[in-house]
Write a protein that binds this ligand. Structure first.
Ligand SMILES: Cc1ncc(COP(=O)(O)O)c(C=O)c1O
Length: 384
């Protein structure tokens, strides 16, 4: 396993979090204000207007940047708002390479929205570094990778991505939502920008939406700050506070997610009705060694194939403790059907090609007692 981050739990609680200077409040206050009084023209306390910056949001931005081991963070109203702002670094005619099974919303944004502005989004297998190099064109400007991917739990070699991007002068981006900063820090491998849907593990309680862009390069960060205030898809102060609150327990939640997921994956792998299990912690996962090299744990996400739509439907109808719902990374176990839920925007034949079959079920393993999760899966599979 990659070495544990030193002092991570302390940083999760304390990085950028200072007691309020006016009251001593140990928790960051929620600054519900749209504007800030200026002492005189051109003199203020660092804040002018809340779309540009807000003290609660600033603390979250700095805290997550510290967890990823860098300086700059920018928070948005959702993961998709963060990704939309990120793609505004591009101009018409630019070509972008993306992992073929990125989150369905990222696919939809590229293929069905931003294509109108002559941005060319190409989805390729990024698990093979040579395949990435082969697809780089003179117009390629960005390489956007998700690892592990949603929902087939495939990995891409972070070191190789950073090397290719540097050699070809591309901006490298990693969506680190599935791993969270606790399990993986892509920027430490030379990646330029990390994306998080804060809606997932960072917040961890399924009660807010948010997104972050995290990076070290000052010039790129300034450009993204300009885009953040110009586009305006910012995170509200209350959501920023909710996320900060969630992050304080990120390390202990992630440990439990990983431990529970390992047991659930082993149970599924032994079950006769399960045709295939995708979990990087299993020795049968083709990238088990890469996972050990670049991650510090195998995460809480598993997908498994029940062989067809009818079996998947029947199973999903029968789960009781586990909830049939979109999203992931919360304390409760959530189960979804990618082909008709998160990846419904992806054309059927492409879904098949990337392994998002009709029988594929995705499970975000929560932090309940693992024997209760397994008992529920057992009864639902038994009657499928
Ligand atoms: C890997 C990944 N990235 C980005 C997003 C988008 O995040 P949000 O729903 O916060 O907009 C999601 C949402 O499920 C996701 O799973």
């Amino acid at each position: 396993m990659a070495p544990r981050p030193r002092g991570f739990a302390t940083k999760a609680i304390h990085a950028a979090v200072e007691p309020d200077p006016f009251t001593g409040s140990i928790m960051t206050p929620v600054h519900l204000t749209s504007t800030y009084v200026q002492q005189e023209l051109g003199v203020n306390k660092g804040y002018e207007y809340a779309r540009v910056s807000n003290p609660t949001r600033t603390v979250l931005e700095r805290n997550v940047a510290a967890l990823e081991g860098v300086k700059h963070g920018l928070a948005f109203g959702s993961g998709m708002a963060a990704i939309t702002t990120l793609f505004h670094l591009l101009k018409s005619g630019d070509h972008v390479l993306l992992s073929s099974n990125v989150y369905g919303g990222t696919y939809r944004l590229g293929k069905l929205v931003l294509n109108q502005f002559q941005l060319d989004f190409e989805f390729i297998d990024t698990t093979d570094p040579d395949n990435i190099s082969k697809h780089v064109r003179p117009t390629t400007k960005m390489l956007f990778v998700e690892t592990p991917t949603n929902p087939t739990i495939e990995l891409t070699d972070l070191k190789a991505v950073a090397r290719i991007a540097k050699a070809k002068k591309l901006i490298s981006v990693v969506d680190n939502t599935f791993a969270s900063p606790y399990l993986q820090n892509p920027l430490s491998y030379g990646i330029d920008i990390v994306v998080h849907s804060a809606t997932k593990y960072l917040n961890g309680h399924s009660d807010m939406l948010g997104g972050l862009l995290i990076l070290n390069d000052k010039k790129l960060a300034e450009r993204l700050r300009f885009l953040q205030k110009s586009i305006g898809g910012i995170l509200s102060p209350f959501e920023a506070w909710m996320c900060l609150r969630g992050i304080k327990t990120l390390p202990i939640r992630m440990e439990r997610h990983c431990a529970n997921a390992m047991e659930v994956a082993r149970f599924l792998a032994r079950h006769r009705k399960v045709e295939k299990v995708n979990y990087p912690g299993l020795l049968t996962h083709p990238q088990h060694h890469l996972a050990k090299k670049q991650m510090r744990g195998f995460g809480g996400m598993i997908s498994f194939d029940l062989g067809g739509l009818a079996a998947a439907k029947s199973f999903l109808k029968r789960v009781r403790l586990c909830s049939l719902a979109e999203s992931l990374g919360g304390v409760e176990t959530l189960i979804s059907h990618p082909a008709t839920m998160t990846h419904a925007s992806v054309p059927a034949e492409q879904r098949q090609a990337i392994g998002v079959t009709d029988g594929l079920v995705r499970i975000s393993v929560g932090i309940e007692n693992v024997e209760d999760i397994i008992e529920d899966l057992k009864q639902a599979l038994g009657r499928t």
